[in-house]
Write a protein that binds this ligand. Structure first.
Ligand code: ZN
Length: 474
């Protein structure tokens, strides 16, 4: 018991120290050299004319293709099989000569897609959750991570989130050692990240207090979390935290969400489209154009095997030009967008997308009167024998429909396993009604959703018990 108390005191002390350090001058927290170089490069090309940008991208495509033909077993084999001479790929426009790479192929040929001088690229294992519940893994080189971060930094500058600004983040649930913390301060980046495992009226009230204490003037959030926060402010009138700017990423930001946030918070919202594999990205500028950072990714918008007709949506297929650890060329993202062909008034010449769709955040209402998100889908559920796809619909807090695609049917045992896994994934007892269907319907932006909740948003119910423990100074 005494040890527990001592540990919690130590934890309190540590969180005070990390809070204090966020006030340290910037020169005490320099970015690593590779990142500084990447930021310099990305800033230099920000306003290049279109021809110069395309020239750079073409040169990077040639470099990548020559590299994979020499160092990546999967591509050596593919080029031989397709009788493709790597010298035929002279730039972005020639990429369609290479067959598409699907997620299934990445999984099956995971090792063969790695460079034979893998370690040289200081690789980092990335992971990402899919909308069907599976977890995806991939390797990213340090250079690729730096360049993408530099592109994000450029986007923040345009949005008005400057380096050194204090930021409160309503992002993913904290995991591992941080899972039981209410928040966590990154003193180098001056970000206070809140644990979003459960968003209730109580936890959001504490979030506001802690954001104010942190003197945050930027809010960084998942669009779905932003929307919950905005509804909280709207319904409770708790206006203590007034961010100067909001930045979002990782899922679709719907225009209705952006409008509500602008109206309730009185500031603008800027979105970044990117994905874990770093094969495609688009950054919103100050004039709200989604610009593709062509220095690091080559993006195609495909319908069948060709570019989608003008003004029509197609699937985003992306190539990272900087990841030599596990190069992914023409990788299917499962996301959709329409190309924008006009010139953006901001002056940047980078190609643009609009109405990007696909990444949805799946949120359910919990018996505590709060909300929680599934960061990586419903793990464990996908291993039920015979199951191909699943969608949960929450009708009432403890009543769900599970729509299941299982062409061979489900045995009674499989149904039982499925129900148990769903209950484990959502985290509380509920009635699960399993229905077999031929296909899972798609949303207006073309993506299949994993979870749909019909329970109305409200933060005005009776006070909620706090689930999270805290090591926080009050
Ligand atoms: Zn622009």
């Amino acid at each position: 018991m005494a040890v527990d108390r001592w540990l919690s005191e130590l934890e309190r002390f540590r969180s005070w120290i990390s809070f204090g350090l966020t006030f340290a001058p910037r020169f005490l927290a320099p970015a690593p050299r590779g990142l500084r170089e990447a930021i310099r490069e990305m800033r230099a090309s920000e306003y290049w004319p279109p021809e110069r940008l395309r020239e750079l991208a073409d040169a990077k495509v040639r470099r990548l293709i020559q590299y994979v033909a020499k160092h990546v077993p999967y591509y050596r084999e593919l080029f031989a099989r397709e009788r493709l001479d790597p010298r035929e790929i002279r730039g972005v426009a020639d990429l369609p000569k290479i067959p598409i790479l699907t997620r299934e192929v990445l999984q099956e040929r995971f090792e063969d897609l790695k460079s034979d001088e893998f370690e040289r690229h200081a690789p980092i294992l990335g992971q990402s959750g899919g909308s069907t519940g599976e977890r995806r893994y991939f390797w990213l080189s340090q250079r690729c991570m730096n360049m993408e971060f530099a592109a994000v930094r450029r986007h923040y500058d345009a949005a008005g989130y400057r380096e050194g600004d204090r930021c409160a983040a309503l992002y993913f649930p904290l995991e591992g050692k941080l899972a039981n913390r209410f928040y966590w301060d990154d003193w180098r980046r001056r970000i206070r990240t809140f644990n979003t495992r459960l968003l209730t009226r109580d936890t959001l009230e504490r979030f506001v207090s802690l954001a104010v204490q942190f003197r945050a003037d930027v809010l960084w959030a998942y669009p779905s979390h932003l929307d919950l926060f905005v509804r909280y402010v709207e319904q409770t009138g708790d206006e203590r935290f007034r961010p100067r700017v909001v930045v979002t990423n990782a899922e679709v930001l719907y225009e209705a969400q952006r409008e509500r946030a602008r109206r309730v918070l009185g500031c603008d919202v800027f979105d970044w489209y990117g994905l874990g594999e770093h094969v495609a990205a688009a950054a919103e500028c100050e004039r709200h154009g989604y610009h593709i950072p062509e220095e690091i990714v080559a993006v195609e918008v495909l319908r069948g095997n060709q570019e989608a007709p003008e003004g029509e949506p197609g699937e985003i297929v992306g190539t990272c030009l900087e990841n030599f650890a596990q190069p992914l060329i023409r990788y299917c993202t499962g996301d959709f967008a329409i190309r924008r062909h006009d010139r953006c008034p901001c002056g940047r010449a980078h190609a643009m997308l609009r109405e990007i769709g696909g990444r949805t955040q799946d949120i359910i209402s919990t018996p505590e009167g709060g909300w929680r998100a599934f960061r990586h889908g419903l793990f464990g559920v996908e291993q039920v024998p015979g199951l191909e796809a699943i969608q949960l619909e929450q009708l009432e807090v403890r009543r769900f429909i599970a729509r299941v695609v299982a062409p061979g049917g489900l045995t009674a045992e499989a149904r039982q396993v499925l129900t148990r896994r769903v209950v484990e994934a959502i985290g509380f007892e509920a009635e699960i009604n399993v229905i077999l269907v031929d296909d899972i319907p798609r949303t207006e932006r073309g993506k299949r959703r994993l979870v749909i909740s019909r329970v109305p948003f409200s933060f005005l119910a009776q006070p909620q018990p706090l689930e999270l423990t805290s090591a926080a100074p009050r």
